[in-house]
Design a protein around this ligand. Structure first.
Ligand code: MG
Length: 254
């Protein structure tokens, strides 16, 4: 099932729906705790898709892909490199990514994003699947010019518009059988299987849940594969995962 969050054109109220063959069918209620279908169906061209949820927290993992299976390390680091992204950096499909004034380029990072569906802590890898609501696409936009020389990434990850999410949350995706893709101005730049993750999705969520209680609405960005590049004013970036959809954003200088 594909969950959407949207507004009718020129209106301000935020609605939720399910993507169907005939359009977006509005739902009422809470996607995590209980909802009902309504009779209202909207044509996708008559609405504006928003980020498919307002996340509770957005957590990313650093440098989590190898180029090929042979490169996977035999031993994992004890502590993965995690970072937070602020909720204020989240935008939806179709919105512009804004380059900070002092720089001329920022990096795209197409990523599989996990949406947590219920409170969870101290999960085993086997228990992780039960805590997952679904999956969406994230673009973990990054201005590496703002990485601190001591290795702190937060500033470079945190500018407004730096976390496009969407277009939908897919609840039936098999996360082990998808490729994470990115197209810059139509040219393919990223296309890797999630099997090339260093910390598997389940391992990283189990680890996180040993540190902090995860909540419904938390989003975990699972890292970006080989091929992330810089983008500049006027570019268009399309992050794609078959089964979820395409997350398209333009780039503009502030
Ligand atoms: Mg990333």
């Amino acid at each position: 099932m594909k969950f959407a969050r949207f507004k009718k054109q020129k209106e301000t109220s935020v609605l939720y729906g399910i993507a169907t063959d005939s359009g977006i069918q509005q739902i009422e209620g809470d996607i995590f705790t209980g909802w009902n279908l309504t009779e209202k169906i909207y044509n996708v061209s008559d609405i504006q898709l928003l980020a498919p949820l307002t996340p509770k927290h957005v957590i990313g993992i650093g440098a989590n892909y190898v180029a090929e299976t042979n490169d996977l390390p035999s031993e994992l680091p004890d502590i993965p490199v995690f970072f937070y992204k602020p909720i204020s950096s989240v935008i939806g499909n179709g919105k512009a990514i804004v380059i900070p004034r002092e720089v001329e380029e920022v990096k795209f990072e197409s990523e599989l994003a996990v949406v947590i569906g219920q409170r969870a802590s101290n999960l085993s890898e086997e228990e992780v699947t039960e805590s997952i609501f679904g999956y969406t696409i994230a673009n973990d936009v990054t201005a590496p010019q703002y990485f601190h020389e001591d290795g702190h990434w937060m500033v470079g990850k945190s500018f407004d518009t730096f976390t496009p999410l969407g277009p939908y949350i897919e609840t039936e995706l098999d996360p082990d059988k998808v490729n994470v893709e990115a197209y810059l101005n139509g040219n393919k730049k990223q296309d890797s299987s999630t099997a090339l993750m260093i910390f598997s999705m389940r391992k990283m969520i189990a680890y996180l849940s040993s540190v902090m209680t995860l909540e419904a609405g938390d989003i975990i960005l699972t890292g970006s594969p080989l091929g992330a590049e810089m983008m500049k004013d006027g570019d268009e970036i399309n992050c794609k995962i078959a089964g979820i959809g395409e997350l398209r954003n333009s780039i503009k200088q502030s």
